[in-house]
Design a protein around this ligand. Structure first.
Ligand code: NAG
Ligand code: NAG
Length: 256
């Protein structure tokens, strides 16, 4: 990955409105400033030794320390991929009164390969979903597969959706050349997002530990959803339509 080149190009755009696919829907935010601030620190750090910026040792990938609070985790998991997820959490409401609470019916998200950023620049990871939340992705799948997400020149790694009500699925087969498997998972535990999480409209969805179940293709044991930004439902159904979506972003860590 040309991460060093990428860092420089990010620094260049940080002085001007980004151009291209995100014209008009790319809000320049404080989160983005924080992100680019860290990027420029890394540029300084690697100026003398650009080669080091290309390294990518996946064994260095570690979950954010707050994830240790998730219950019933196995030991000995090996990191494999990390993806930035951007999409919606979907909900339904039986009626539109304040006596009714929304029911979560699943999520739909695009996943972008952030593996080497997680290996090398873990402090960028926690800022990434907050900045990605403000980006609307193209719905056209062709545009999406050719898109490199500006936050790190990230390529589409896969799609996240629900196989059925209790089975979050991660399909990492996007093209004939990019077949990285399919994960069928069940939720084992969840943890309220930390108080400094990006809240968006109604708060950030929980952090999750999911284990793989039958139907999984490839060597995968677990997925973690962490660094969640927004996505939570309103507290009640008051004034809500029968079904609705909340925008969210999060980081997904895949282990075998
Ligand atoms: C993820 O990105 C890194 C760095 O660009 C690359 O080395 C790796 O092959 C990519 N992995 C996948 C599954 O796309
Ligand atoms: C959730 O919302 C997305 C985006 O509109 C939609 O494509 C998807 O079908 C919805 N999924 C469910 C289970 O309602």
């Amino acid at each position: 990955m040309k991460f060093f080149t990428l860092l420089l190009s990010l620094a260049a755009v940080s002085n001007a409105a980004p151009t291209g696919i995100f014209d008009n829907n790319f809000d320049f935010s404080e989160d983005l400033l924080d992100y680019y601030g860290k990027v420029s620190q890394y540029i300084d750090k690697y100026r003398q030794n650009p080669g080091a910026a290309y390294a990518c040792d996946v064994s260095k990938i570690a979950l954010p320390s707050y994830a240790a609070g998730l219950a019933d985790q196995p030991s000995g998991l090996k990191p494999k991929y990390v993806a930035l997820g951007r999409g919606t959490q979907n909900y339904t409401c039986a009626d539109s009164t304040k006596e009714t609470t929304p029911t979560a019916i699943g999520a739909v998200a695009d996943l972008f390969n952030a593996t080497c950023i997680a290996a090398n620049y873990p402090d960028l990871m926690e800022l990434m979903p907050n900045a990605a939340y403000r980006m609307s992705l193209p719905t056209d799948t062709k545009l999406l597969s050719s898109l490199r997400l500006p936050l790190g020149n990230m390529q589409l790694l896969g799609h996240h959706f629900f196989h059925d009500a209790t089975t979050p699925e991660f399909n990492l087969d996007t093209t004939i050349d990019r077949q990285f498997g399919v994960l069928m998972t069940n939720k084992v535990s969840q943890l309220k997002a930390p108080s400094n999480a990006f809240q968006g409209q109604n708060g950030a969805v929980a952090w999750l530990y999911l284990k793989t179940v039958a139907g999984t293709v490839g060597d995968y044991k677990a997925v973690y959803r962490v660094n969640t930004a927004s996505g939570a439902a309103p507290k009640t159904c008051e004034g809500q339509p029968p079904s609705f979506e909340m925008q969210y972003s999060a980081n997904y860590y895949f282990f075998d």
